[in-house]
Design a protein. Sequence first.
Length: 501
Amino acid sequence: MINEVLIVGAGPSGLAMAISLSNQGIPFKIIDKNKGPGTASRAMALQARVLEFYQQLGFSNKVVAKGILVNTINVYKDSKVVAQLPVGKIGKGISPYPYVLSLPQDVHERILVDELEKRGGQISWNHDLLRFEDDGDAVTATINTPDGEITKTFSYICGCDGASSVVRKSLNLDFPGGTYHQMFFVADVENSSALKEASMGFHDNYFCLGFPIRTTGQLRLIGLIPEALVVDGDAPQTLTPLIPHVERILPIQVNKVNWYSSYRSHHRVAEKFRLGRAFLCGDAGHIHSPAGGQGMNTGISDALNLAWKLSAVLTEKASPKLLDTYEPERIKFAQRLVKTTDKAFQIMSNSQMVKNFVIPFFASKLLRFNTLKQLMFKTISQTNINYRHSELSSGEYGDIKGGDRLPWVHTNNINNFEPLKSYDWQLHAYGQVNQALKQLAFETGVPLYDVPWNRTVNAKGIKENSVFLVRPDSYVSVATDLHNLETIKNMIHNYHIRRLN
C-alpha cells in the first residue's frame, strides 16, 4: 500500500498540512515551484482557532512570541483619529488566545518551515507539478525538477497551490465568482512617526490598514490604490506615487520603502474540494477579499482538517469514508465566508455612512458590551465554526451539539485543552464516570479523560454527566450523557475508529 501524500504548494496551508502529517508519522512530499519561502506577504492576522491548532502541534508559543497582540484598532479619517476600538483580549475565557495576533505572513511561513525541518521534513523548492493521473487506487504525478522531469506514485494529492492551482485546473473544476475592479497594494515601509497600534484609515472611498511590525519603525501597509493612479489597468510600479495618498489617510511619514506589491482580489469558491484522490485546500479552493483577516486562517484550517483524516485512513485506523467528510465540512464555511467578506468589503469601499458614522461613533460604543465583544471575537477568531451538518457529528446534550468546537474549560485545576495535544480521538466525561463508559474506553482503545463538573464547566454550556467523543482536531463528534452511550458506539463502529497513536 502506498502511503505517501503529495502536497503541492509550500505556503501556510501546505506547510501546516506537512507538519500535521509529519506529527502523525505519515510520509509526504511537499513541492513548490518557487525557489524558497514567500516574501510577498499579504496576510497579517493570525486568529485564535489557528493558534489553538498550533498549540496542539506544540509550537504556538513561538508564533505568539514573533507577533504583536492587537490591543486597540485606531480609526482615522483623513489622518485624524476619530475612534479607538478596544479589541485586546476580547475573547477572554473563550480561548487560550483571546486576541488577534498581528504577524507578517513571511515571518509566519519561516516559522512553519523551521518547524517542519525540525521534524525531519524537507521542502522540494523549484519543483513544478506538470500533470497527474488518478487511477482510483493511487495518483501518478509528473514533476518538473531542477534535474529534469520525474514521475512518482502517491496515495493522495493535495492542492495547496494557490488561486492559480494546477491541481484544480487539472481536475477541470469550475472556480465561479468574480474579481474586484479595485486594485490593492501592500508594502513594508519605514515610518518616522509613531503608529503603535493596528490602524484603519479612510479617505473618500479608499481605505488603508497599518500594522506595526516588531522591527522598530517598520509598518506593513495594505490598502486600495486610487483609480486615478491606475493606468490602462496597471498599478504604479513603485509605492512613490501612493505615498501622498497613504499619508493623507494615516498619520505617518514614509521615509523608506522596503518592499511593495500590487494585486487584484477575487471572490471565488471551487465547485468541489475533492475529486477522487485529489483535494483542494486554501486559495486553491476559495479566495476572497482581505476583509476580516480570514483567508489564510481558513486555508490552514482546511489543511489541518484534511491532514488528520488522511493520517487515520492511511494508518488504517479509520474507514476511507472518513475522507468523504472533508468537503462538506469545509466548503460550506468557505461559501459563507466569501459572501460575508464580499459584503464587508463592499461596505468598507462604498458606504460613506459606515466610514463616517457607524465605525467612528457606534463601533467603539458597541464594543463596551461584553456580549457583543464575545460575539465579535467568536466570529473573527473562527472559534464559532461548527460541523453540526457533518456525517461525523451526532447528538446533543446541554448546550453542546455534535460538530461544535470543544469549549475551553480552564481553572486552577482544570484545562480540558491539555489532552488535545495528543492529537487523537478521546472521550471526555464531565462529572461521574460509570462502568459502562470505562468499558467503552477499554474496548475501543479511545482514552478517557474525566473532567470534574463545577460552576465553571456549567457556564460553558456543559451539562453535568456529559460525555463527548472528541475528534483529533478538538471538535465534538458525539455529544451525549453518561447513560446513553450508543451514539458514541455507533460513530466508532461506522467509521472503524481506532486510536491514531
